[in-house]
Design a protein around this ligand. Structure first.
Ligand code: SF4
Length: 460
């Protein structure tokens, strides 16, 4: 990542939080001002890189902020494209030019080539994905650099490479295919590329796992154990076919025999929002509403997914609520801002969170109107702050090498990808359920992703 560390590597508390009620305090994801979050490995996972923004923004009224944002948008016109992830709060979402999940938003940004500035109101890995997919002249901005993703942080590149090396000592690593979820850093997406694996979304996870099992005997799936488990179970694998790899323990806490026996090695990572849902909540909802409908995101624990009426990505959840008959009572196991928006947009249906003690995505929550106004006013001045880039330069060392994308891809030499297939021909690309092959030039990557980003939008 080519970030301006001298400017940003300052651990500072947020100063702009306006009231205690603004701070999500429920659940293990909630982090108070000035605290640091720690990864599964015990290390600092989410650096507080965001310098304090000027008091002018911190102290502004909602009306003033709205006025400044509207004025900046009007001045920038088509040069600006604001993306709002489904989990974003309303004070930010109202300014979004497009709403969606991370991959879909990145594709929209890439399709909108007139926009020089892509302001991504989401989290860090989403802004990275947008930078990968967009053209060289488009600059991606994340309004608050503290908006990371706790799940993505649970599998950092060092830990994954260590796991890979440890597995290499006990099993035939050539028969292991690594698969990372879209919700991961660009470094991990690069890792799976050079190790012959793939990136999946929550919609195409099954298709990608089927592809992977056709290429090897085992899959190392990261960072979300729940998506891996739910997908594996849906494919017909049993719990005995899966083992959880705990990066804090020697050999992932497994024996050599465990490693050899498992077909799916699931990284011990999770989404702090979706892991909170429980089967007891489904039971309680069903006893209160026997005809009610339960919708769950596949990042939720498998017991919840098993008990739900439907399991699917944010897109699938939105479609399911749209399709439900008027008068339906629907409990949704996903982030609260999306649930509340669905409830507001469907007044003839009752849409509630499955979890009565609500936990928002606290990292997404860091993006707010003051930060949005701050980045936009800088853009008006010609100053791109919080610019997120995925570095096209290759880190030095024998593990890394440049590689071109598929000859079949219409893209030119990869500007930002370092995704050489470790084995197999480039044409052995992961499947998608859209009818196009990643790397064909129709997937949106224009050659830069070397086949890794297949499939339709459907991440958290
Ligand atoms: S909802 Fe979960 S996976 Fe999505 S950004 Fe927040 S922490 Fe990450």
């Amino acid at each position: 990542m080519r970030l301006d560390w001298q400017r940003l590597a300052v651990l500072v508390p947020r100063r702009h939080i306006r009231s205690e009620t603004d701070i999500p305090v429920q659940g293990d994801q909630a982090v108070r001002t000035g605290q640091s979050e720690r990864s599964a490995l015990g290390g600092l996972s989410m650096l507080r890189m965001q310098p304090p923004i000027p008091d002018r923004y911190v102290d502004a009224t909602p009306g003033e902020l709205a006025e400044w944002i509207a004025a900046a948008k009007a001045t920038l016109g088509d040069r600006l494209f604001i993306l709002g992830h489904h989990y974003q709060r309303d004070e930010v979402m109202r300014w979004a030019d497009a709403r969606g999940d991370s991959f879909r938003l990145s594709q929209l940004a890439a399709d909108n080539a007139d926009a020089d500035f892509i302001v991504f109101c989401g989290v860090h890995f989403m802004a990275e994905s947008a930078d990968i997919l967009t053209a060289a002249h488009q600059q991606v901005v994340l309004p608050d650099l503290n908006a990371g993703c706790s799940m993505a942080d649970m599998a950092d590149i060092d830990a994954v490479e260590e796991a890979w090396e440890a597995l290499e000592d006990v099993i035939d690593i050539e028969r292991v295919v690594p698969v990372t979820y879209m919700n991961s850093s660009a470094a991990l997406k690069a890792f799976v590329g050079r190790a012959g694996g793939a990136v999946c979304t929550s919609t195409n996870a099954r298709a990608v796992l089927e592809w992977a099992m056709g290429r090897g005997d085992k899959v190392l799936f990261f960072p979300d154990q729940h998506l891996g488990r739910n997908t594996g179970l849906a494919m017909g694998y049993g719990h005995d076919d899966m083992a959880v790899w705990d990066p804090r323990r020697h050999l992932g806490g497994l024996s050599e025999a465990d490693c050899k026996a498992a077909t799916l090695l699931l990284w011990k990572g999770h989404c702090s929002v979706h892991q909170r849902f429980t089967p007891a909540q489904v039971e309680a909802f069903r006893s209160a509403h026997p005809d009610g409908i339960v919708l769950a995101h596949p990042e939720a624990p498998y017991e919840v997914c098993q008990a739900a009426d439907q399991v699917g990505s944010t897109d699938a959840i939105i479609k399911a609520v749209d399709a439900a008959p008027p008068g339906s009572v629907i409990a949704v196991a996903t982030e609260i801002h999306l649930v509340q928006r669905l409830a507001a947009e469907h007044p003839d249906r009752t849409v509630v969170s499955l979890d009565p003690i609500v936990c928002p995505c606290s990292t997404m929550f860091r993006i707010d109107a003051p930060h949005l106004a701050w980045v936009l006013e800088h853009l008006v001045e010609g100053d791109v702050v919080n610019h997120i880039t995925v570095d096209e330069r290759r880190p030095a060392g024998p593990r890394w090498r440049w590689n071109a994308c598929s000859p079949s891809c219409s893209g030119v030499a990869p500007r930002r990808s370092w995704l050489p297939p470790r084995r197999g021909p480039p044409s052995a690309a992961p499947p998608t359920d859209r009818g196009w092959a990643p790397g064909s030039g129709r997937c949106g990557c224009r050659g830069r992703l070397g086949h890794q980003l297949g499939g339709p939008s459907a991440t958290t």
